[in-house]
Each structure stands twice: as structure tokens, then as C-alpha cells.
Design a protein around this ligand. Sequence first.
Ligand code: OOG
Ligand code: MG
Length: 268
Amino acid sequence: MTTTEPLASIAERLRNARAHGTAIAQISRTETELSLEEAYDIQALYVEGLVRSGDPVTGVKLGLTSRAKAEQMGVKDVIIGALTASMEVADGGEVDIATRVHARIEPEVAFRIAADVDPSAPPTNPRDLVDAVAPAMEIIDSRYENFSFALVDVVADNTSASGYVVGPWTAVADLQADLADLPVSLSVDGAVAADGSTSAILGDPWRALEETLRMAARYGQALPAGGVLLAGSATAAVTMQPGTTLRTDIQGLGSTSVRVLGGAEEQA
Ligand code: OOG
Ligand code: MG
């Protein structure tokens, strides 16, 4: 252990920041020796705390799988985090950002996990991990001031996970096209705010499966049957403003939308 503050106490501070929507200082500022392994240990303690409070794990997410995202955040390297029940938002539903610090949204591809998987005994073909695909959006909300962090900070903060909305599922067996190179757009009240292609996600979203298996085997994230796997954003994230309707379209997969409530008029 290279930190001065116990890892459980850092996890507790992050959980409180999430609960109250109040930002904390980057832990890498004071805990300069924090290793990536310790950061994932903090994340595990943080997620265990959520589960203990009645908020079970409903899936897993990759982050920084696109160059636009990695550049936006100034971080290199794929990251993995957990999704929990309280983060789920119904397709076409409403999400209140009043208790979030500075919520942003990003267009994503979601996969549905086919069966409980033990990452230490993964399927031979990574594609067997999932049985359906959907257009999705992730709400991210860094618990750090100014949405600014180093790799260890964002890993400890459960990779900024804050919410997710999933559109209609298409069974993998019914997919008409490849998943690479599908145009993606994120619109705010009907005007395109970010656009790109699914190829921004690791070159091809299918690659997210091998990355998820590799990272989950190493860091212990659960892969629950029927759960959601977010492959990572296809574009830079967009700030969420109360009163707006956000919609993601992925050609060939369909669309998903959400209406934003609450919070201040202007979010930083
Ligand atoms: C980290 C999470 C990144 C993605 O899809 O790339 C992420 C952040 O940007 O706060 O979820
Ligand atoms: Mg994301």
C-alpha cells in the first residue's frame, strides 16, 4: 500500500460525492503513488458499498475505447467499471440530474450478456458472451471537480458511471449488418450535437467483448446474465441541460432517447 488514506475511506468519499452530487478533489493530487491496481481496489469497494445499500450490479462498461473520448479526457488506456440498478433509465423516459455533479451524455453501443460468465473461464469465442445489441446512451458524471482526472482517479470513481439508457434490442442472430462503420448521432432537441461512427469504438464494437473479458478477468467486474455491456462512447460526451431531450441514432440499430429534468439552468 502506497497511499496514506485507507482505500475504503477513499471509496467512502467517492460514494458520498455520488450520493450528494458534490465534487471532491482528485485523489491523485494527494495520493501520488496510487497504483492502477489500488485504484481498481477502490472501485471494487465503492461498488460493494452500492450493492450493500441495495443497488445490485446490472452490467459492466468499458470507457475510453474511442480516441475522441481519450483525447477529451487526456487519458490513454481502456478502463472498466460497473453498472448498477439505480443507474438504469427507461428508454424514452426521464432522468433527473439535480443530484449529479456535472452530468454528460454519450452515444454508445450496448450488448446484452447471454449467461453468467466467470471471467476466469471465458467463452472460447468472445462473441458468445452476448446475445443481443442495442443503441444506448451513457450518462457520465465525474465525482471530481471540473470533470478532470488522471487514470487512477477515474478508475477509482467507477469510471464516472452515473446512468444508462438502452434502446430496442436486436438479437445477434437477426443482425443485418456488421457493427463496424455504422453512422452514430447524438442530438439535443433535434439538432445534432455529436456524430461519428461505431468504428470509433476500438475500430469495431465487437472488439469490446474481448477487452471486457480481459479486463474483467484482471479486475473482477461481474458479468451477470441478462446484464448490459456498454462498449464505450463513439464520440466526445455532451453536457446535459435540464429541459432538453437527448436522442441517439445508430443506423441499422435504431434509436433511444431520454428527457432531462432538474439541476441548475447552466451546468459547467
Ligand atoms: C470516463 C468514462 C468514459 C466512455 O465511454 O469512454 C466512458 C469519463 O469520460 O468520465 O464512459
Ligand atoms: Mg461511456
